[in-house]
Design a protein around this ligand. Structure first.
Ligand SMILES: [Fe+2]
Length: 358
């Protein structure tokens, strides 16, 4: 299985991973579905730009998600329900939130190697619900890496799930999903941290620290954020984590104004802003939990050979296991060769490709 741009998807190809969104059930197409022209046209209409495809050309590549589809779907439904209730001015039942967050924590803790290797494929119309779920998952993985107790994980992840709750009181979700630099963010939109904080603070079952995540997730480490221009450790650690998870998820999923950025480039962006936008210690903890070169990525090596990542390692982020598919001249190998880059220092990844034959 590998991720493929929808322009290159052909009828008959089999979907490797469930596509979320666009209906009341929030589940569009299940993994294992054979794609037809109608399905592809519908996905195009819904602005889905990439899909995971079972690709026999690259051999078997099994990619496990850190959280199962069902849990992700339930969390997306709950996020949608709560955002809609908040928009209408009604409160929500925190027990349902705690239950779903605990299910996510159980999934994460049962994972042997806690490494994010997938992006979830979502339609633009349901983007913000699945974005919220993913920010909670990414924050949870960082919290586990930092040795958080389960009660701290719960506080962190509930706040992460609702970091943008205040936006529901300002704008519809389509106009809220843009990632804008601080100086380009409209003043009205900059009110969402305080609005979200107020909603969460009034719900007595939500920890005040979770509410502070909504308030502080746009503060920047160097004091250039909003609403209060807080700096360094004055910003709660939870909010410093969620700020990173929020930007990473925005960068690595397709949005109207920006195509998906590959994981290694998004990590590069985060590292570049360690100490300015982001807390360097939290960046270090965060990047340990995301695969730079996720399984299924097509790459070119310094030797000119092309191949597919078949195993990424948490301890050796730049040295995954690669199945070599073609030589330096682009000629397919009759029998693919497998290279463990961690014990072959003479090889390194020079490029990430969308297709094998490029
Ligand atoms: Fe926000």
């Amino acid at each position: 299985m590998r991720i493929m741009s929808i322009q290159n998807v052909q009828p008959g190809m089999v979907l490797g991973k469930t596509v979320f969104g666009s209906s009341s059930k929030l589940q569009l197409l299940n993994a294992g579905t054979a794609l037809t022209e109608e399905y592809i046209a519908r996905l195009n209409e819904l602005d889905v730009t990439s899909l995971y495809i079972v690709d026999e050309n690259i051999g078997e590549v099994d990619i496990e998600d850190v959280v199962c589809d069902q849990t992700r779907l339930e969390a997306g439904k709950l996020a949608k329900d709560i955002m809609e209730k908040t928009r209408l001015g009604s409160s929500f039942d925190p027990c349902r939130v705690k239950n779903i967050i605990n299910s996510i924590i159980d999934d994460l803790l049962s994972n042997k190697e806690l490494l994010v290797k997938l992006v979830d494929i979502r339609t633009m119309s349901d983007y913000s619900y699945f974005h919220s779920v993913n920010v909670a998952i990414l924050s949870g993985i960082t919290g586990i890496g930092l040795g958080y107790s389960s009660s701290r994980l719960q506080e962190l992840m509930i706040g992460a799930l609702f970091h943008d709750l205040g936006k529901t009181l300002i704008c519809d979700q389509m106009s809220c999903m843009h990632f804008l630099p601080e100086d380009e963010t409209p003043a009205e939109l900059k009110k969402h941290p305080e609005l979200g904080f107020e909603v969460l603070r009034q719900n007595k079952s939500v920890s005040i620290l979770s509410a502070h995540i909504a308030l502080q997730h746009h503060e920047m480490y160097d004091g250039e954020g909003y609403p209060r221009k807080m700096t360094g450790s004055d910003i709660h650690e939870y909010a410093r984590i969620v700020a990173i998870a929020n930007i990473y998820d925005l960068l690595t999923t397709d949005r109207p104004e920006h195509p998906r950025m590959p994981s290694h480039q998004a990590v590069e962006y985060l590292l570049l802003h360690a100490g300015t936008f982001f807390d360097p210690d939290m960046i270090a903890a965060f990047v340990e939990g995301v695969a730079l070169y996720p399984e299924g990525t097509i790459i070119k090596l310094n030797t000119g050979q092309t191949g597919v990542i078949i195993k990424s390692y948490r301890d050796f982020p730049t040295r995954p296991r690669v199945r070599i598919l073609a030589d330096r001249n682009g000629i397919r190998l009759p029998i693919p060769e497998v290279l463990e880059l961690y014990n072959r220092p003479e090889y390194f990844i020079s490029e990430v490709l969308d297709e094998i034959d490029k």
